[in-house]
Structures are given as C-alpha cells and as structure tokens.
Design a protein around this ligand. Sequence first.
Ligand code: CO
Length: 158
Amino acid sequence: MKFPDAAGASAALPPGTAGAVDHIGIAVTDLEAGVRLYRDLLGLELERIEEVPTEKVRVAMLKLDRAGALGHLELLQPTASEGAIAKFIAKRGPGLHHIAVAVIDIEAVMAACAAAGLELLDRTPRTGAGGRRVAFVHPKSTGGVLLEICAPAPGGIA
Ligand code: CO
C-alpha cells in the first residue's frame, strides 16, 4: 500500500501533503470491546493489532472501508498508567482522541505549521503505529482537535 502521489492528486495540494485522512484515533479502556463494536457489530475490517511500546498503547487498526487501503480507525488502549492515552482517559474518559492527516514530507508540513504559528508538540517526528513517522499539533492551535501529522514509515507502510 502506498500513499497517493501528491503531485498527481491535485495541483492545489500544499507542499508535502497527501490530501487524505490517515486515521481517526479513539482512546478505549478495552481494545477487545472496541473490536467487537466496530468489527463484529458494525462490519469494519480489523487489519491488525499491535503494541506501540514508545506510546504505551495497544493499537487495533480497522479499515474505514473495506475497499480503501489508507483510512483507519485507530483504537488505543493504554498499557501503562503514565502514557498519554492513559492520562487522557483518566482526565476525560474514553472517546475521540485525535485525527491524523497523511503527509508525504513530514518535515515540510511541520515547518509550514510552525511558520503558521501552530504549536507543535514534537520538534522532530516520533515513531507511531505501523512505523509511521508522526508529529502532533496542540489542540489549542487547531480549534480543539489534537492533530497528528502522519508520514509513511521509512521503507513503506506496514
Ligand atoms: Co494516531
């Protein structure tokens, strides 16, 4: 699976972007219950479950649609009490956590966001689910939405 070719997708596409939502992140307390809801009751295809030790979460990736290869629901269950998702759930309860926008050139998009005055939570990209390179933008810069900028893993997407 590859990200769309930014140059071919649209002449108006901002530099470094991919013109697509990569995934929607949802904080859950019970990953298996989340899979039962979205897969067994609602029919989304479970692509994989993985652990992301750096983020202290177990992640279930479900395809937003069965034909699509890009968009996913990302269910995030904390594996330790000090992780960001655990803290989010402790403070606000489970629920919608972030939206991730796919980009081709994460450094370019981070620089553009910083130049536009947005507050980035990362100075350099960190490793996210599937080996993606990701960076977060603070909700106070985006109208209340925690935004993840999400680039393919070096060597391709898992
Ligand atoms: Co995410």
